[in-house]
Design a binder for this molecule. Structure first.
Ligand code: ZN
Length: 145
């Protein structure tokens, strides 16, 4: 799915850079701490000298679970709980950067294992208009970075 043809669910989470989808984080100019989403001040040293940082597209699955029932609280609640479809959610570790909480493109436990290689992608954002997208990670072949 091309970012150009879609509307991001929120500004400042991901961008297209050099023809590639990238998450937009921040990096502390003083201590090097990396955050996602980007923050105006550093959570480690409280410095406000932070810069935007394009994060790695690939990482490893650090932990995961399957959301198997419809969440009851906003903003995750759905209009029609009967129509809910289970989905994977996890943390993907971007090497040397940060762990990112994200939707996963697969919801089958047999297809997920901790430490597997994952790559950034876009998916339709659940519960909003059809052309709205959010970021997610999908399993990819090959060595974890
Ligand atoms: Zn810092």
């Amino acid at each position: 799915m091309s970012l150009a043809a879609a509307r991001p669910i929120a500004d400042g989470l991901f961008v297209e850079a050099g023809g590639e989808l990238r998450l937009l984080g921040s990096e502390c100019d003083r201590c090097g701490a990396v955050t996602f989403p980007g923050q105006a001040s550093c959570p480690r040293c409280t410095s406000t000298d932070v810069s935007d940082r394009l994060l790695a597209r690939r990482g490893t699955l650090w932990t995961w679970t399957i959301q198997a029932f419809a969440p009851k609280s906003p903003p995750y609640a759905v209009d029609d709980p009967e129509a809910f479809e289970p989905y994977g959610v996890g943390y993907v570790e971007l090497p040397g950067e940060v762990r990112v909480e994200a939707r996963l493109t697969v919801a089958d436990p047999d297809q997920l294992r901790t430490g597997m290689a994952m790559e950034l992608t876009l998916i339709p954002a659940p519960g909003v208009e059809p052309d709205v997208v959010t970021y997610a990670f999908r399993p990819v072949d090959g060595e974890a970075p």
